[in-house]
Each structure stands twice: as C-alpha cells, then as structure tokens.
Design a protein around this ligand. Structure first.
Ligand code: NAP
Length: 259
C-alpha cells in the first residue's frame, strides 16, 4: 500500500485534529493544517515540526467556501494530498429551561459541521478522482445515529455528515477514492470540557486518536468508537419513538458557551 505522506487536517488547533496531526507527524510527512485560532494552530504546527514533519498552515473559517476552496486546490497542486481529515467542528446546546438552540446557534452548527465538511472535501474531489487516489475522512458522531434532545441541531449536522460520507463512499469507491466515516462517542477535549452532564464511555483523547489512526491505516469504511455507545444509540433509534425519547431524555446535559 502507498505510504501516506501528504495530509490535510482541519480543526488542527485543538482536540482530535491537533491530536491526529501530532500522531501523523514524522520525517517525510507533509501536513496541511487549518483552523481559525492562529496561536493554537501554530502550537500544533510547532509540535509537528519538532517531530520532523513539514507543515503548512492556513487560517480559515470552514463555514466560508471561498477563499478556503481555492487555497486547498493550491496546496493539492503543490503536493497531491493522500489523506483529507475534516475534523473541524463545534457543538452548542439547548438553553436554560430546555429552550431550543434557536436559529443562530442551530445554523452555526450546521454551517461549521456539515457545510464546513463539504467545503473541505468537495474542492479536492475532482483532482483525487482524476488521479484515482486519495482518502477522505469525515467526522460524524454517535449523535448522528439518534438525535440528542439537548443538542438537536448538532445531531442534525452530524447525521448530515454521516449521510454525506456514506453516499460519497459508494460513489467514489469505484473511482479509486476511499471515504471513511468516523463515528466517535465522547472523548476528552476542550469541546467535552464544556459538556456538563453524563458522558458515558468517555475516552481519553489519546485513545480516540489511536483508534481513528488505526482505522484509517486499515482504510476502514467506518470507524465506530466506542461500539457500545453506538449500539445504544442505534437501539434507541429502533425502539418505538416515545420509549427512545424517554431514554434519551435521561441523558440530560448542558453545553456551556464556546470560545
Ligand atoms: N469531543 C467529543 O466527545 C466528540 C464526539 C463526537 C464527535 N466529535 C467531533 O470531533 C471533531 C473534533 O472535536 P474536538 O472534540 O476535538 O473539538 P475541539 O477541541 O473544540 O476542536 C474543534 C476544532 O475545530 C475547529 N473549528 C471549529 N469551528 C471552526 C470553523 N468555523 N472554522 C474552522 N475551524 C473550526 C477549532 O479551531 P478554531 O477554534 O481555531 O477555529 C478546533 O481546532 C468535531 O467535528 C466534533 O464534532 C467530538
């Protein structure tokens, strides 16, 4: 199998994206890292350079297709990307007294998570298809398997990512481009620091990074970690809606405002 040597990772200033960047960083590896926060992104870049990788960074908001898309194509022209990991994401939650998220927060999550993933992946696909090579990883969530009452728009954005990735995989597989849909449960990052409530089967960031890396190295169609949480969500989805709703309401949590 061809060695992975050129990798794009969005959301590389924190959490999973930063963890994967450092995990892949090694001599001969070319990393294209993006996020919005210059200081935190540079900290990841410096750590990756110290591990021997060549690193290019770009400050972009994934909610905006351009100039992000043009910049991505320029990077791919410089060095064809072997692997694209769309890890940028945000989560918000319902307000006091179980108020819904409201248009602003709901739209922001769909824009950053779902559209952000599409804005990352689509510009690069024609070139990957032309060279019949490349691997794309999109990051959904167990919230994609059964909507969470305390985070409906987040769940919707992740269900969208999951469906997008599954559809793309079937479309692009015969054209030589691999797509992996990652379905993580809870893992420890600044995102989960803001979640106040039950986080069953929570993994350390290192464990999640290792599991995702292992699945990507094996070119798995789906990476579902941990399995038990995903099975629980799928079971809740198969139950009569009223029972599933009651169970899901039991996992009450609040998400504090983000940075
Ligand atoms: N943590 C969990 O338990 C969990 C569970 C399931 C799925 N996930 C998913 O895993 C992914 C990584 O989450 P994490 O826990 O590592 O979160 P995190 O530590 O908060 O990191 C999120 C990353 O996304 C970037 N980002 C957010 N909004 C952006 C925007 N509009 N434009 C560009 N970059 C943006 C952030 O960078 P800047 O702030 O610098 O822009 C940061 O690098 C997300 O897609 C998340 O939904 C997480």
């Amino acid at each position: 199998m061809k060695r992975i040597s050129a990798i794009l990772i969005t959301g590389a200033s924190s959490g999973l994206g930063a963890g994967l960047a450092k995990n892949y960083a090694a001599p001969g590896v070319y990393l294209v890292l993006t996020a919005r926060d210059a200081v935190r992104l540079e900290a990841t870049a410096m750590a990756c350079r110290a591990l021997g990788a060549t690193v290019v960074t770009g400050l972009f908001d994934v909610r905006e297709a351009e100039p992000f898309g043009t910049w991505l194509i320029e990077r791919d022209l410089e060095r064809p990307l072997d692997l694209v990991i769309a890890a940028a994401g945000v989560s918000a939650g319902t307000g006091e007294g179980d108020r819904p998220e409201g248009i602003e927060l709901a739209a922001m999550q769909v824009q950053a998570n779902l559209l952000g993933t599409i804005h990352t992946v689509e510009p690069l696909l024609p070139r990957m298809i032309a060279r019949k090579a490349g691997h794309v990883a999109v990051i959904a969530s167990t919230a994609a398997l059964r909507g969470l009452p305390y985070s409906p728009a987040y769940s919707a954005s992740k269900a969208g990512i999951r469906a997008y990735g599954e559809g793309l995989r079937a479309l692009l597989g015969p054209q030589g481009v691999m797509v992996t849909v990652v379905v993580p449960g809870f893992f420890d990052t600044p995102m989960t620091d803001r979640w106040k409530g039950p986080t069953p089967f929570m993994l350390s960031l290192d464990k999640m990074v290792a599991a995702v890396r292992k699945g990507l190295d094996a070119r798995r169609a789906r990476i579902i970690v941990p399995r038990l949480l995903a099975l629980g969500s799928q079971a809740a989805d198969l139950m009569p809606a009223a029972i599933g709703d009651r169970i899901m309401r039991g996992f009450r949590f609040r998400i504090e405002p983000g940075r």
